[in-house]
Design a binder for this molecule. Sequence first.
Ligand SMILES: NC(=O)c1ccc[n+]([C@@H]2O[C@H](COP(=O)([O-])OP(=O)(O)OC[C@H]3O[C@@H](n4cnc5c(N)ncnc54)[C@H](OP(=O)(O)O)[C@@H]3O)[C@@H](O)[C@H]2O)c1
Length: 538
Amino acid sequence: MRLGDVRLYAAIGARAAHLAKAAGDAWLAEHATLGVGAGELFRGLCLALGNLGALDIGQRTGRVLVVHDATPLLETGKTSGLARPFRASALACGGPRIRSGGFREEKTMTQALRIALAGLGTVGGGVLKLLAENAALIERRAGRAIEVVAVSARDRARDRGIDLSRYEWVDDTASLAIRDDVDAVVELIGGSDGPALTLARATLQQGKALVTANKAMLAHHGLELAGAAEQANTALKYEAAVAGGVPVIKGLREGAAANAIQHVYGVLNGTCNFILTTMEATGRDFDDILSEAQALGYAEADPSFDIDGIDAAHKLSILASLAFGTQIDFDAVAITGIRHVIAADIAEAAALGFRVRLVGFGEADAHGLFQRVHPCMVPEGHPLAHVTGSLNAVVVEGNHVGRLLFQGRGAGEGPTASAVVADLIDIARGEYGPAFAMPVKSLAKLGTAPAGERRGRAYLRFTVADRPGVLAELTAAMRDAGVSIESLIQRGAAADGSVLLVMVTHDGPERCVVHALEKLEGSPSLLGPPMLMYILEN
Ligand SMILES: NC(=O)c1ccc[n+]([C@@H]2O[C@H](COP(=O)([O-])OP(=O)(O)OC[C@H]3O[C@@H](n4cnc5c(N)ncnc54)[C@H](OP(=O)(O)O)[C@@H]3O)[C@@H](O)[C@H]2O)c1
């Protein structure tokens, strides 16, 4: 087999020295500690193997070294010693692909990728089922089998409807990271901190690949984990963390990688979308549908993470980092959930040609990074208006590709497991790459763009007392704040004597609308807090 040019990416420095020492290679340990360039290191290695004569070492930039026709090196059979110190990645140009992990992978390419699974709930159970059901297909696609070596969860006695006898059960979840017979760890426990984070850190520290579906952990610690993966020259993969089975992470990281992304936004929480679209279809009120969603298993017993927009905000912060090349900044997401959306809002939206969706919206401009999760009025002609039930959808707008729409099942055993296993297939193939599409040091730290600088139209709904002067008070507050009203609808008095007033504003600065609402705060004319929804333009 002739390989053509091969690019090698070497791990150098303290970690390589440590590994070299562990592998008993004094030459490597010394040179790695000295921090010599990857090229020198490789040249030295080749010398050590007596291969230099056969190798034509070409261009070297930083950690990248081009070897013209690396065939002899791969044919020596002496290369396994290079594996641990280097954890190199190799990519054949003009020849077949060699996976990340470089020479070490020469050995493992034909061996199974050995994984440990932590968490055997909805997603973990789904992963075991999928790996078993599609084993042959996965092996053909990945180039090698994916073998579950060990599993762990909280309660060993729990009946999960899966035969676990084929796998070694481990009580101490964190110990999965340090097993010699494990190449990659799959974390499906959940929670931003605690055992999931402990396991994630330990796994990457060991230089093993990590797959996770844990958006909460990534939103809070994604930057640190990406840095740890980079340091160890290993993979951090998280396709399932955003929009479940929808391959939007890959879409942004790879498919749209050539574009400057202008906006990324979408329907990111299936529970909220189920509630809103069921309200839309039935005319029933929020609390009623929430109870139904809980009974159907679409909403948790404690639904606050979903309906208060936190879950969508976790996902948005991950998407924004990938889309704009910025450091994850979950704390900067402005979050409003759907608790205060009433049936009348949905009905008014329909009358005005809109549908209500909880939209996570991200944009980066001269003012900084803007991230907001908020109930929005979506025009009927917009793709997000047609995302119904528990589906998720993400819109990515790139400067060359235009608008991309990623849509599908954002949760559930099958779709989420599909994304987790896709990540494992990538790892088995050696397709690593930086977690957030660029090296951590290249991720910009942007300030938060103030919402007030934004322009747009807004929907406002007031529940007011049925008495003279109220309408004048509201319109005066708008006028004084500089808000121009495009339309105003007043509905007749309800049984309790309250009146519904709905306004749509003309395009204008958002700060003016916020200012008008501040002026009205505490007014005895208002019988409840007003509802503000931003209007998404086509
Ligand atoms: N469910 C979805 O549709 C979906 C979609 C996208 C992403 N995700 C993400 O995927 C992850 C898993 O979600 P899930 O729905 O599968 O959760 P789940 O059904 O609640 O399962 C969690 C699993 O973690 C185990 N676990 C909990 N605490 C543990 C601990 N201290 N030590 C060891 N194991 C522990 C549990 O063990 P026991 O079974 O013994 O209690 C259970 O097997 C989360 O990060 C979630 O956000 C889920």
